[in-house]
Ligand binder design. Structure first.
Ligand SMILES: [Zn+2]
Length: 412
């Protein structure tokens, strides 16, 4: 089995170069999906790929692939990547590390020779973050068949632009990049991502072998009351939607309080109408994000929301709508064992770790054998301009990825 060592300096330089597209003055990155900044980043990626002898192509969901052709081009390729879109207040590494590490790994494999049997494709999935077009992981969901292309085309951003229009604009801007069909079979998918948590740093480990992704349910709760004058309407007669929402939220927070901190329960958004200082609120709508690593417990907890909302609505009406139910998943043991073996062979300290956040690997998991490698990030900070990683950790994760890709691409 040939082995391969990546160029950590080149990887780091590219991370810094890519972060110019959508650079914020505070050192962060604002490169939202299907934006001009992302178009420029795609062009730069395609240029690096061509210079390295890889062929860029795309698909109808504007996922971007960079292909190293294997000696048997008809075999399903091995995929590796992540995303290059960011949150509006994002950092330089969330997503970008996974894509640029895959490019570095494949470029190093090609330079080391001989050409592997299976093709290897670097992929940048369209709209992972979902900050502009929600929900995210659009490109990987469509590629793997979990969502329909026609559905995501209709999603609009806060400015009213449809994703379909913006996908067409991005595809038009891609210079001489051919299109291939969605959902081509794959041999395997490996994604490097920053941990976005403090565990690897705390444990002093270089490589996280991701065991799986915790489950997630999201809801929209709408409380409807009656608009009235803040000075003249007697309190006993009011139908105050915000007061009812507060009572419901208190009941939910009590029910989901977990001293072991395994249940993750968040209300991150509330819209009050008419949202005027001297008017009794007529409507209060809020979001719920509920996560748990066990499928049964996630079901049980999520099913408590509607009855608790009804029991605490007071004189108002309440409606609970579930928007998403992604069960927890466990990556296949064969992939995890292989990644652990590679890390051990290279002398890197590694540990199994669960992912609290969703990733494109969630959808690929149901499509082909999938695994993830986490790299430590400073103080666990992400989705923030201060996001930071050590160059040596990025190199280590990329070395493990390169060896893993080489093994998968050489497999029978
Ligand atoms: Zn990410």
């Amino acid at each position: 089995m040939p082995s391969v060592t990546v160029d950590g300096k080149r990887l780091w330089e590219r991370l810094m170069l890519l972060s110019r597209h959508g650079a914020r003055t505070d050192g962060g990155v604002d490169r939202q999906a299907l934006s001009d900044a992302e178009i420029a980043a795609r062009a730069e990626l395609a240029g690096w790929a061509r210079a390295a002898g890889l062929s860029p192509f795309t698909d109808h969901a504007a996922n971007l692939f960079l292909r190293l052709e294997g000696t048997e081009p008809g075999l399903p390729p091995v995929l590796a990547g992540s995303h290059i879109d960011s949150q509006p207040t994002g950092g330089k590494f969330d997503g970008a590390l996974g894509v640029l590490a895959a490019l570095e790994a494949v470029e190093s494999i090609k330079a080391a020779g001989p050409t592997p049997r299976r093709s290897i494709e670097v992929v940048a999935w369209m709209n992972e973050e979902g900050s502009r077009f929600a929900p995210g992981m659009m490109g990987s969901a469509v590629y793997s068949g979990a969502r329909k292309l026609s559905d995501i085309m209709q999603v609009t951003d806060p400015g009213g632009k449809r994703a379909g229009e913006e996908i067409a604009r991005v595809l038009k801007a891609d210079r001489d990049i051919p299109k291939r069909p969605l959902g081509r079979p794959a041999t395997a998918y490996i994604e490097i991502h920053i941990e976005q948590g403090p565990i690897l740093e705390r444990e002093g480990k270089t490589i996280g072998i991701v065991t799986g992704i915790q489950g997630k349910r999201t809801f929209r709760v709408t409380v409807t009351g009656e608009e009235n004058h803040a000075g003249t309407s007697p309190r006993a007669a009011r139908k105050d939607a915000l007061a009812a929402a507060v009572a419901i939220i208190k009941a939910l927070q009590d029910a989901f309080w977990d001293k072991d901190d395994i249940i993750r329960f968040t209300i991150g958004r509330m819209i009050v109408e008419p949202n005027a200082p001297s008017v009794v609120p007529a409507k209060a709508e809020f979001s719920i994000d509920l996560r748990h690593p066990e499928a049964e417990e996630l079901c049980r907890l999520g099913d408590l929301i509607e009855p608790l909302a009804q029991a605490n609505r007071g004189p108002c009406d309440v409606g609970v709508r579930q928007l998403l139910h992604d069960p927890p998943l466990t990556f296949p043991v064969e992939i995890r064992d292989m990644l652990s073996a590679v890390a051990a062979k290279m002398g890197y300290s590694a540990m199994p770790i669960a992912s609290g956040a969703g990733h494109d690997a969630r959808y690929l998991h149901y499509f082909c054998p999938t695994g993830m490698i986490f790299a430590p990030c400073e103080a666990g900070i992400s989705h923030h301009p201060a996001e930071s990683i050590a160059p040596s950790d990025a190199t280590a994760a990329t070395n493990v990825l390169a060896e893993a890709l080489l093994r998968l691409a050489s497999s029978l």
